[in-house]
Ligand binder design. Sequence first.
Ligand SMILES: *Cc1c(COP(=O)(O)O)cnc(C)c1O
Length: 361
Amino acid sequence: MTVTYNFSAGPAMLPTDVMLRAQQEFINWQGQGCSVMEMSHRSKAFIEVAERATHNLRKLLAVPDDYQILFTHGGGRGQFSAVPLNLSAAGDHADHLVTGSWSKGAVSEAQNYLQADVVGGVEVVDGITQVQAQQNWKLNDKASYFHYCPNETVEGIEINTVPDTNGVPIVADMSSNILSRTIDVSKFAVIYGGAQKNIGPSGLSVVIVHNSMLDKARVETPSILNYGIIAKHDSMYNTPPTFAWYLAGLVFEWLLDLGGVAEVEKRNQAKSDLLYNAIDNNDFYANRVALQNRSRMNVPFHLANPELDALFLKESEAAGLKALKGHRIVGGMRASIYNAMPIEGVKALIEFMNDFAKRNG
Ligand SMILES: *Cc1c(COP(=O)(O)O)cnc(C)c1O
């Protein structure tokens, strides 16, 4: 059997070591005679799992003590509603930077709850997409918060510096780049992400929220989205997605064993540099994102001749390179290379790409 490398954008591959450990522990978790998914979330054993995961995530991202870490339902999109409900009153304004599909999705959901103003976005210069310089954004000092998506999963656009909002609380959808690089959590009011890209299985979202954002929720906020209620109950107001939480915990341990986020960031830089170089050095392929906004996690690329797309996909799949089809909005190909993707997978992809170009160029 050829080795398979899974480039899915999400749900995405998980580290092999984590999957093997979960498999070993699946039926009889730590001698309990049952699976971790078959025990009460209020049992001592599960509370230990939950606390360890929370503690390790705090350590990995150096989350300051005045922030809560919440494990909730509803994925990334759940937070598109939770953010306005928790951070604003009806009639308030929020600033939204729209750099791709996900930040656009956040606007249309927020629009149901407040006035979501699009303050800036991307521009195309000579066919290359870049995020507008911050001095061209129209920020509103009176906005309840500023929302942006530091890594657009579909378009492969990443923003490498935290915007300066002159004191307006910053909310970031880090669904597809959380834990891929070191961040200064203290610059954010809320960081959230669906788990299924860089953390664990789908159905779970992680929210890192400053204490000052815990008691502002509107009365009509559903309790399962209310940051204050979730925090007060240690993310167990209702039954949390226990198995996903456990698996996320295994991923956090795997990351710590690797050397933490700084180490995985180096690897991510190396992997993405390799792949972008391969694309740039071959006229057969193109990536149309400006250098400073190229995502380390999601690498979209086009074949010079789109008529070869179907053949590329068929042959790459047969070579064990899975899920390279680009998002339908963008077309072409997309290689998602999250933390769990080993550098060998990227090298195998490049080898295939070079060989395919030679045979079809
Ligand atoms: C995947 C993704 C989401 C949506 O996550 P769901 O769990 O499907 O709700 C939101 N934002 C970004 C940036 C994503 O990549």
